[in-house]
Design a protein around this ligand. Structure first.
Ligand code: HEM
Length: 549
């Protein structure tokens, strides 16, 4: 008996130290769970409908182990179940998803709820404190400085660049005739080339050029950012820092920042030299964006002149002075704007990122849709014929204004496949919703579900059907302004919206004037990958056939 007690005692003495950490951990976890459930954010958040939660994990388990297609499918399923608002808990973090335009307006139209959510931190090593991720007064003052650089008169000076690059890609695509290929590869490369010229005034010369390495580095950096959003383990900086992906990121950033810094240095030196020789850049940005500047430019007759719009010689600005956002920022800094070299670099890098993947996806979706919907493509081509006739002349700014049907096709593509499928904000004050009686508690993350808003049946009848007539003026007039938000809306909307639309029109019209695009697929074959930028994980596969006559 005594021996047995001694043995049991010894066993207990042996087991207890092993049990202690387990007991401590379960006490700590229970207290943590109790704290989670009793916070104000939890009380208000739990009133909002959402999928059932597990202790501590919340809803994190529903995404663990899923690939990006499965996550997209899950998001769409949840979107069907919860009409206006849904909440998910990722551990202690509350995320509320909004899909009603009236609620979205409250967030996007506000000057208060403009703080980006924590997820945007992955961009920091690349974009620093650039416009996309900065907050507060820094964002406000930079937005004011940068917006004029996207003025229509500046954009007109880019028409030549958009044309030459569109013609280049048409040429490069020749080798794909008769094959099924991924159009996104071409759109991505062209978009970076165009941005290199319009953001920095730098032309990619060939495969051994810095511009080529830079373009490749931008594309690969986008892939890394996508991977960090998709792969749970890469989200933790402590883990990411130990991986080869981090090493690759450092290499890519040294290429990207190296070129941006060098070009800024060269351009600044040139600017100073010109000033010291009495050559003040003319016209100045202020003159360019003055309303009467276009009227003042001498006009020259162009082939295919048809109306007074054509009489505006949009390329004249570019001939007088080839503009790039970088030049305009250097000029603004010289003229008293509070912009350091690093800040200029961050803004140029931001434009390179924001302007690249978005338009590459936008143009690829539009071309794939026209490859499927031959009737729509035929109507676009008819419109292009009516504008250009049999001439192979380049597209002018005025031509883009006449591409009314192509514009509707692009808008409908952006509705069905918005390149930025969601936007996220961090809310620092409670928000009362308009659609239903819920309060979004301060501290939560709000996700604007653009993809879902664009497919609401009560806003777009037959939302799953590609129908450019959804953008007939009589239809858009009666729709809630916040029911079509591919470029976001309100004070933090996309500063490159007009740039993107002009570029998309020139790029797509040039391709369609040279090729008929074809596909054997249906939209139901698209495998959507919804991370930062919406893409097709099956590739944007199309075929091209040269136009004859
Ligand atoms: C189809 C093409 C494009 C789409 C769908 C698009 C969409 C968007 C969206 C949804 C936002 C808001 C993001 C957020 O709040 O998280 C945004 C912001 C921004 N976009 Fe675009 N974009 C496009 C093209 C461009 C282009 C071509 C440029 C520049 C050349 C550009 C520059 C920016 C910048 C700088 C911001 C940050 C604005 C701010 O926070 O004040 N975008 N874009």
């Amino acid at each position: 008996m005594a021996t047995q007690q001694i043995v049991e005692g010894a066993q207990m003495g042996y087991v207890f130290p092993l049990m202690l950490p387990l007991i401590t951990a379960s006490v700590v976890l229970s207290l943590f769970y109790y704290w989670m459930q009793n916070r104000r954010i939890a009380k208000l958040g739990n009133l909002i409908p959402g999928p059932p939660t597990l202790p501590l994990l919340g809803n994190a388990h529903i995404v663990i182990g899923k690939n990006h297609n499965e996550i997209m499918e899950l998001a769409l399923k949840l979107g069907k179940k919860y009409t206006n608002v849904a909440r998910v808990w990722i551990g202690p973090k509350l995320v509320v998803i909004l899909t009603n335009p009236s609620d979205i307006e409250i967030i996007l139209n506000s000057n208060v709820y403009i703080q980006k959510s924590d997820e945007y931190r992955f961009f920091k090593p690349w974009l620093g404190n650039g416009l996309l991720i900065s907050n507060g007064d820094h964002w406000r003052s930079h937005r004011k400085l940068i917006a004029p650089a996207f003025h229509q008169n500046v954009l007109k000076s880019f028409v030549g660049t958009f044309n030459s690059n569109s013609l280049n890609v048409v040429k490069r695509m020749e080798k794909e005739v008769g094959k099924v290929f991924d159009i996104h590869d071409y759109m991505s490369e062209t978009t970076v080339d165009i941005l290199l010229e319009t953001a920095m005034g730098h032309k990619r010369m060939g495969e051994n050029d810095d511009g080529f390495k830079y373009a490749m580095a931008v594309m690969k950096m986008c892939d890394i950012l996508h991977a960090r959003h998709l792969k749970a383990y890469l989200r933790f900086d402590s883990v990411f820092n130990l991986t080869n992906v981090k090493k690759q990121q450092e290499k890519l950033l040294s290429i990207i920042h190296g070129l941006t810094k060098r070009v800024i240095k060269e351009k600044k030196a040139l600017y100073e030299k010109n000033l010291s020789e009495g050559n003040v850049p003319s016209p100045s940005l202020a003159e360019i964006i003055a309303d009467d500047y276009v009227e003042k430019t001498p006009t020259k007759k162009v082939e295919g002149l048809r109306d007074d719009l054509d009489d505006i010689d949009e390329n004249d600005v570019g001939e007088k002075r080839r503009l790039a956002f970088l030049d305009l920022m250097i000029e603004a800094a010289k003229n008293g704007a509070n912009l350091s070299d690093d800040e200029i670099k961050e803004e140029v890098d931001t434009i390179m990122f924001e302007g690249h993947d978005t338009t590459a996806a936008g143009s690829s979706f539009a071309l794939c849709l026209m490859a499927i919907h031959q009737d729509v493509q035929a109507r676009v081509y008819k419109e292009l014929k009516s504008i250009f006739g049999d001439s192979s002349r380049e597209c002018t700014f005025a031509d883009t204004m006449e591409m009314k049907y192509l514009e509707r096709v692009i808008l409908e593509s952006l509705r069905m496949y918005p390149p930025v499928p969601i936007i996220a904000r961090k809310i620092n004050e409670d928000v009362q919703l308009a659609s239903e009686n819920y309060v979004l508690p301060a501290g939560c993350t709000v996700v604007i579900g653009t993809f879902k808003v664009h497919r609401r049946e009560d806003i777009y009848p037959n939302p799953e059907v590609f129908n450019p007539d959804n953008f007939l003026p009589e239809r858009t007039q009666n729709r809630h302004y916040y029911s079509f938000i591919p470029f976001s809306a309100g004070p933090r909307s996309c500063v490159g919206r007009k740039y993107a639309m002009i570029k998309l029109k020139i790029l797509i019209s040039t391709i369609l004037r040279n090729y008929r695009v074809k596909s054997d697929l249906k939209e139901s074959d698209f495998r959507l990958q919804g991370d930062i930028i919406l893409k097709r994980s099956d590739g944007f596969r199309i075929e091209i056939e040269p136009r004859v006559g």
